[in-house]
Design a protein around this ligand. Structure first.
Ligand SMILES: [Zn+2]
Length: 60
């Protein structure tokens, strides 16, 4: 999974975002280190959610 740190103008008002395909996370580079770590974990959950949803859809 790709992780990219971008300027706050690109993501404002969000702290980060996640894209499912291809798996990619963007995080604001101006955030304090602890916040970046938190946002990264949060965005990873979004990707896991999407992946499990996709699996469920394929089973049906
Ligand atoms: Zn979120």
């Amino acid at each position: 999974m790709k992780i990219k740190y971008v300027s706050k103008e690109k993501l404002f008002p969000a702290f980060g975002d996640a894209t499912e395909i291809p798996p990619k996370i963007r995080i604001r580079k101006d955030l304090p280190k602890v916040v970046k770590r938190f946002v990264l974990e949060h965005e990873k959950y979004h990707i896991k959610d999407w992946q499990s949803l996709t699996k469920k859809r394929q089973k049906v």
